[in-house]
Design a protein around this ligand. Structure first.
Ligand SMILES: Cc1ncc(COP(=O)(O)O)c(C=O)c1O
Length: 390
């Protein structure tokens, strides 16, 4: 994950004596802005902080509703609660792992608010969102779009980087993401006012300084309530080094995904992830369905078949673990988590595809440097499972 580049840049920061947010964070921001084509890139200390600050900067708060996919990491929905808006879940498409326009329309029809309605699509597992089918609804309902692109650095759709269709998009640099700074996040946007607000929010709500060099006696003014969401320059330096090898990282991930596609193309019990037409997947994770086809078809889910297949999937994952192959479920059906279930009186059947995805998906090992032999061993172990009759 790290090599002499990170060591050298971090050592330089240590020797400089300036370890808080400084020139390396600024250099990291410039590198991400350049790579994504965004007008502004503002670093913060986690993807969650990026989402929280972006929602606040977009003016989302009490009385507003935010539509969130029911299948995502809990942070996507937590930040809606953090700004005291209402979370409205949208079920997902089993092929893309994100919302379809049909599911979005159904969810929008249920929204009751006199306030703003925001939409937080998630380019999950590094699969870029295709906005073309969503555009009509975004315009009709004047949706404020903040993309959760935590997993999608390096994903492109129609030649545009993930998140570039949104008002703002939020990246994460957690170790499970495309590049890492240990912890870290960034808001990318073309909006000067969103960028200025996030810049203020990450630093205790500091008001912009007027003039050039402040006098030694000058204290900062604060015109809003803010946070300490700053990234350190040690992390900024790691980010700069990581951005230098992003093409290599993505190349390794794409090659590994291609190899899994081929290795899995001779069977139909493990359903490989679909690829986007006209898009470049970043392959933050390679997530397959355990016999998904028998349970989920065109957004119709046979929930009665789910518990049995869920037990089988878990048994398979436990066996892989005994064989030294580490796998994880894709992610969570956030709509089924206790806090959200109780607060919004939700039942599993309300978001059946999300429920099935939580219970039947498996993220296979995928990282830069994984070899063909490693991947063959994973697929052999999958196929050696004691498959129940279809
Ligand atoms: C989809 C999604 N959203 C948000 C986050 C939050 O990012 P972080 O862990 O950097 O706060 C993550 C990663 O953990 C994620 O996978």
């Amino acid at each position: 994950m790290f090599d002499v580049d990170e060591e050298r840049l971090v050592t330089e920061v240590l020797r400089s004596g300036w370890v808080a947010q400084g020139p390396q964070v600024a250099a990291f921001e410039r590198a991400v802005a350049m790579y994504t084509g965004a007008g502004f890139a503002v670093a913060v200390n986690s993807g969650t902080a990026a989402l929280h600050a972006a929602l606040l900067a977009a003016g989302i708060g009490p009385g507003d509703t935010v539509l969130v996919p029911a299948f995502t990491w809990v942070a996507t929905a937590n930040v809606v609660e953090m700004v005291a808006a209402t979370t409205a879940f949208v079920d997902i498409d089993p092929r893309t792992f994100t919302v379809s326009s049909a599911a979005l329309e159904t969810a929008l029809a249920r929204v009751q608010t006199n306030g703003n309605t925001a939409f937080m699509p998630v380019s999950l597992f590094g699969r870029p969102i295709d906005y073309a089918p969503l555009k009509g609804l975004i315009e009709k309902y004047a949706l404020i779009v903040i993309e959760d692109a935590a997993c999608a650095l390096g994903a492109f759709c129609g030649g545009r980087h993930a998140g570039r269709e949104a008002l703002a998009a939020c990246l994460s640099f957690h170790p499970r993401k495309i590049i890492t700074t240990g912890e870290g996040g960034m808001v990318i946007t073309d909006s000067p006012s969103i960028a200025a607000s996030v810049t203020s929010l990450r630093n205790h709500g500091t008001a912009p300084t007027v003039g050039t060099v402040p006098a030694p006696s000058a204290l900062t003014d604060h015109d809003r309530v803010g946070y300490n969401y700053r990234l350190t320059d040690l992390q900024g330096a790691i980010g700069v080094a990581q951005m230098k090898k992003i093409d290599w990282i993505l190349g390794e991930r794409r090659e590994a995904a291609e190899r899994y596609h081929k290795l899995l193309s001779f069977q139909d019990r493990i359903v490989p992830p679909s690829v986007t037409a006209g898009g470049e997947h970043a392959w933050q994770a390679y997530v397959v369905w355990y016999r998904g086809r028998e349970v989920v078809s065109d957004n119709d889910v046979d929930l009665t078949a789910l518990p049995g297949l869920h037990r089988e999937r878990n048994a398979l994952m436990a066996r892989l673990d005994r064989d030294g192959i580490m796998t994880r479920p894709g992610t969570q059906a956030v709509s089924a988590l206790k806090y959200f279930r109780l607060k919004y009186s939700l039942a599993p059947a309300d978001y059946p595809v999300a429920m099935a995805a939580e219970q039947l998906t498996i993220a296979l090992p995928l990282y830069p440097g994984i070899t063909m032999e490693d991947q063959e061993r994973v697929v052999e172990a999958l196929l050696a499972h004691d498959w129940s009759p279809v």
